[in-house]
Write a protein that binds this ligand. Structure first.
Ligand SMILES: Nc1ncnc2c1ncn2[C@@H]1O[C@H](COP(=O)(O)OP(=O)(O)OP(=O)(O)O)[C@@H](O)[C@H]1O
Length: 579
């Protein structure tokens, strides 16, 4: 909540205006029953038309003022709420962008989307209703009771008696509803998660004939959401009839006692009507208040969730981060007894890994699935940090480089290709300003995709769908490689990025890479891609069990020989010493 007030503070003038204008509206509202009682007692009862006209004129004038004040107050309140919503979304988005990569293990994407959309909207809407009604409703209750007591002490006292019962009930209900609504929010997260997985994996769902199963999974999570929401809504909807019931009992008491008072000559019809009017306003205000308070507790849960994301540490820049203007140049990479565990896991993904790659070398990383190949790459690009040992780049601990310099020097092609909505040209030049067309074409040529691109009707201006669905897997991989190459990186990291390429295209690409001055790390399952590498790292279950060039590994590693034999056939095992 502190957070919401912090953002609200920026719009305090508009917020104060909204509240002030609401108070004008409230004053007129509280005066209305009194004016009506005057019209009845001094005008209608005495047959005095001029009094009726006078008070009616005042009533109408007041209503017009209240109307104008109400509209202006809404205008200010919506300005404040929309602006705070906008700032919260911006702040949250910026924060998520700055998260250390490991944090994404803690916040699933679906939950971040719920925070950015639903939670922010919840807070935003509640700020609006808060400014318009939150202060107004308790004031209507207190003001009505005071006015009723002023109009007639004994009859006003009856109204005073009913209020604590109703307030107690509202508090009880709101507490219960708050619990239920926080469950609603969790269920919404689950629905969003299932939906996201389903939409992302639509093709797989069809091919694996999982439509029905996934449909059931979605229906289940959606049903859970419906049930929890229904329980919460039932509870809140019970409130209004209950308040009306108690208030009706109060009004009957007012009418019964009012009747006696009128007979005794200590009250008038107008007074009784005014008290009934104040009672109706009180019950109306209390039932609105109960809805507002439960909306508040929902918004509070949302604000807490937004706050939790906003308070998460951003990617820390090491204190020793380099201020050197030249940045990473040569591209030497050294792992010195590196051990790494993913957050919240016990087993090490990499254990005691030691190797050194000289500038310009090609390093092939080979190993079974789950052996730690991607983990090693992610340590170089600093998506994660090692737990023990040191990763050194150009002789300096990786944490000592400033993140921007490091990322400018690294071309990273992740295992899962990500293309953005936009043209092919935008996708290759992504993240760089004003890249000349020749450079884009050169990178595309090196990535073996230029010919394909110019063959498309719109060439480099071809628009890609949300995830580049109009290209083949291998074409997407090559565009993603061109994106890394156009940056002329000192270190190039290809995480299984040639898996969808045919042998000829892959060989041509590897040939291009050999001529480049960068240090290249190539994660691969194919031994054919390792033959010309300067250094091959053979990983097995997180351990670096062998390293050297092809010839050396053929001599020193039985696992390497076995992999070689399985891919090339036993009889060829003497072939291919390309070093
Ligand atoms: N985000 C993560 N959180 C926890 N554990 C992870 C995470 N990512 C990978 N792991 C685990 O770390 C180990 C190494 O995974 P890694 O992705 O580095 O293997 P890999 O050799 O690249 O596999 P593949 O060839 O299948 O991509 C595996 O046991 C994997 O389960």
């Amino acid at each position: 909540m502190k957070l919401v007030f912090h953002y609200l503070g920026k719009y305090r003038v508009a917020a104060i205006m909204a509240v002030f204008l609401m108070l004008v509206e409230l004053t007129v509202e509280l005066a209305q029953p009194l004016l009506i009682s005057k019209i009845i007692d001094q005008g209608i009862a005495r047959g005095d038309t001029s009094i009726v006209l006078l008070w009616s004129g005042i009533l109408v004038g007041g209503s017009v003022i209240a109307f104008g004040a109400g509209i202006l107050s809404s205008f200010y309140a919506s300005h404040v709420s929309q602006s705070v919503g906008y700032e919260l979304r911006e702040g949250l988005y910026g924060k998520i962008q700055s998260f250390a990569y490991a944090v994404f293990n803690r916040f699933p994407t679906s939950s971040l989307i719920t925070r950015l959309t639903n939670d922010v909207t919840q807070v935003q809407d509640t700020i609006f209703t808060g400014l318009r009604f939150m202060l107004r409703m308790p004031l209507v209750v207190v003001g009505s009771v005071i006015m009723a007591l002023l109009v007639h002490v004994q009859l006003g006292f009856l109204l005073l008696l009913t209020v604590p019962v109703l307030v107690w009930f509202v508090i009880w209900m709101v507490k219960k509803a708050a619990l239920l609504f926080s469950k609603v929010q969790q269920r919404l997260d689950t629905v969003n998660g299932v939906m996201q997985e389903n939409l992302g994996g639509m093709r797989l769902i069809r091919v694996f004939v999982r439509r029905q199963t996934e449909g059931v999974r979605f229906a289940r999570s959606s049903g859970d959401l419906m049930q929890t929401t229904t329980s919460a809504m039932r509870l809140t909807e019970m409130t209004q009839p209950f308040i009306v019931l108690i208030m009706n009992a109060g009004i009957i008491a007012v009418l019964a006692f009012g009747h006696l008072e009128i007979h005794a000559g200590t009250a008038t019809t107008g007074i009784v009507v005014a008290i009934v009017n104040y009672s109706l306003r009180t019950s109306g205000a209390l039932s609105t208040l109960s809805m507002l308070v439960s909306a508040f507790s929902r918004a509070r849960a949302s604000a807490d969730r937004i706050g939790a994301a906003l308070e998460t540490d951003s990617e820390a820049e090491s204190e020793h981060a380099s201020r050197a203007p030249e940045g990473v140049r040569a591209g030497a990479v050294e792992f010195d007894r590196v051990t790494f565990r993913y957050p919240n896991t016990q087993a090490a993904a990499l254990e005691d890994v030691n190797f050194s790659a000289k500038p310009g070398e090609t390093v092939a990383i080979l190993g079974a699935t789950g052996s730690g190949k991607s983990s090693l790459i992610q340590l170089i690009v600093r998506l994660y940090e090692e737990n023990e040992g040191a990763v050194r780049i150009d002789g300096r601990a990786a944490g000592e480089w400033n993140a921007r310099q490091l990322h400018e020097a690294i071309g990273y092609v992740p295992q899962e290709v990500v293309l953005f909505t936009g043209t092919i040209r935008d996708n290759i030049a992504w993240g760089l300003d004003d890249v000349p067309m020749e450079k884009i074409e050169e990178a595309a040529r090196q990535a073996q995709i230029h010919e394909t691109i110019v063959g498309l009707p719109n060439g480099y201006e071809t628009k890609l769908g949300q995830r580049g669905i109009n290209l083949s897997g291998g074409q997407k991989q090559r565009i993603s490689i061109a994106r890394a190459l156009v940056r002329r990186p000192a270190i190039l990291l290809l995480d299984d990025s040639t898996s969808a390429l045919d042998v000829r295209t892959e060989a041509a690409l590897l040939g291009e890479l050999e001529n480049m001055p960068c240090t290249t790390f190539l994660v691969t399952q194919k031994i054919s891609s390792t033959l010309n590498a300067d250094l091959i790292l053979l990983l097995d279950d997180g351990r670096l069990i062998a390293q050297g060039n092809h010839k050396q590994l053929m001599e020193s590693s039985s696992l390497y020989r076995r992999i070689y034999a399985s891919q090339f056939g036993e009889e060829d095992s003497h072939v291919g010493s390309a070093t």
